[in-house]
Design a protein around this ligand. Sequence first.
Ligand SMILES: Nc1ncnc2c1ncn2[C@@H]1O[C@H](COP(=O)(O)OP(=O)(O)OP(=O)(O)O)[C@@H](O)[C@H]1O
Ligand SMILES: [Mg+2]
Length: 268
Amino acid sequence: MSETPLVGLDGLTVRFGRPRRPWRPNGSVTTAVDGVDLRVERGETLALVGESGSGKTTLARCVAGLIGDYSGTFRFDGEPVGARSRRRPELRRSIQMVFQDPRSSLNPRMTVGRIVAEGWEAHPSAAPADEKAALAELLDQVGLDETLAGRRPGELSGGQCQRVSIARALALRPRLLVCDEAVSALDVSVQAQILRLLIDLRGAYDLTILFITHDLGVVRQIADRVAVMRRGEIVETGATAALYAEPAHPYTRELLDAALDIESEAAN
Ligand SMILES: Nc1ncnc2c1ncn2[C@@H]1O[C@H](COP(=O)(O)OP(=O)(O)OP(=O)(O)O)[C@@H](O)[C@H]1O
Ligand SMILES: [Mg+2]
């Protein structure tokens, strides 16, 4: 028997809008995620790729518990889970998310130290005995100087803000890190640094990562496996190298060709 995956989605479906009814002729519904079956194994980094509007963020938000209204099942380590409000604190702690825009995802009025340590109030089980020492260690691990603890997000660069977001997530010792376009808003050189950081931390923290991106260049650097999403459905999954070498689905081929065009334009 195969081992239980950390994340198991079966027929996950998310619809937005209001259905058309005789009394509501202008109703309309978007099926953002359409019957997705997906596994993420323990310790693996799975990239979810697809063009804009394909449903990646919606799927990520479901997993992170930010969307409660879905059908199908989501099992975490074998246990069926519901929306965030209905999740046990232990489960909430176990799944953390890093968002695309490092600035708007951090409270501008709070210091870096408060931002990183805030989760310990809601999750005392994850709170270290010596918070000050733990904070210094976390900042060090994400490559930030301890003296930045007193600064506010507005005084930091985009890359530094993203490091703070990562430290905030790690403070709770998550088992799954969901990164939604976590490097897309950064310059290419900063992107590479943050990817390197995630790769290092994944080992140190024994993380499983669901890494969402529309950038196939980034995928190759970080993912063990790739799932390709199109119009709410997963059209192909495969080991990263195999999928790049021999994409099975025409849509995956299109995505790869488009990425190659961008790379060669950048080189010229
Ligand atoms: N809160 C919402 N209300 C209504 N429709 C939504 C909502 N969120 C997403 N959608 C729709 O669901 C579909 C999937 O959107 P989603 O944001 O998940 O795509 P995405 O793959 O993350 O795209 P991008 O690469 O641009 O971030 C789109 O058609 C979008 O318009
Ligand atoms: Mg998105």
